[in-house]
Design a protein around this ligand. Structure first.
Ligand SMILES: [Zn+2]
Length: 224
């Protein structure tokens, strides 16, 4: 178990590889991301991406740059542990980080439901418990899949932004094909591409592609 105490946040990476946090209300996305990058043990094949994220300078002309950068940092962590490379965060009205997560389908235990958005929403719903979720925003490095899009809609989170398109597995570009009840839930929601730099979109795409073929094969083979 690794525990590191930081000024505004306590990051606990438990024996299951799960991330648990105790935080007050003033966690800055970039501080947390830098701390996470510093503590991350990356495989040599991921070193270049690690460096790109470490040296990345936020582009102020994009208002979602910091948030998407952090989803990429979290995606790098999941991919280096042998999972799909997807990261997700939820911020509140003040753009303060309130929950985060990454893909944990294969490591440390097989969990078919542990997509980044699901892990992040599980954590959010277990610790934050706001009476209404207006003002919260969910950011993810990759376009949500059907399972996650339905879950996000059920959660009530009104604004959802993703960096990379997912033509193969994404549901947002097919959202009108969801059953009627979910299509109705989409009214008054904003679900679309994040306003971040092309560089971060490219990094998000690379992270999502890294283990993807192998892991997709492993999923397909579970049916025998
Ligand atoms: Zn998903």
């Amino acid at each position: 178990m690794g525990i590191c105490h930081k000024r505004h946040i306590e990051i606990i990476i438990d024996e299951h590889g799960g991330l648990a946090t105790k935080m007050n209300n003033s966690i800055r996305v970039e501080t947390f991301g830098k701390n996470l990058l510093e503590g991350m043990a990356v495989q040599p094949s991921f070193k270049a991406l690690h460096l790109q994220l470490k040296d990345y300078r936020f582009n102020v002309s994009y208002n979602h740059d910091r948030e998407i950068w952090l989803t990429c940092v979290l995606a790098l962590q999941s991919v280096t542990l042998g999972n799909f490379g997807v990261g997700c965060i939820i911020t509140d009205n003040d753009n303060t980080l309130v929950s985060y997560g990454n893909n944990q389908v294969f490591y440390p235990l097989f969990r078919s439901d542990f997509h980044a958005e699901m892990v992040t929403l599980n954590h959010f719903e277990s610790i934050v418990k706001p009476p209404v979720v207006s003002g919260y925003k969910l950011f993810t490095s990759l376009e949500p899949c059907p399972m996650c899009l339905a879950r996000i809609l059920n959660s009530g989170i009104p604004e959802v932004f993703f960096a990379a398109d997912d033509e193969e597995g994404g549901m947002v570009h097919l959202k009108e094909a969801l059953p009627k009840v979910w299509v109705e839930m989409m009214e008054n929601r904003r679900i679309g591409r994040a306003n971040c730099s092309q560089k971060l979109i490219a990094i998000s795409e690379m992270l999502a592609e890294m283990n993807r073929e192998t892991l997709d094969d492993r999923l397909k083979k579970r049916s025998g």
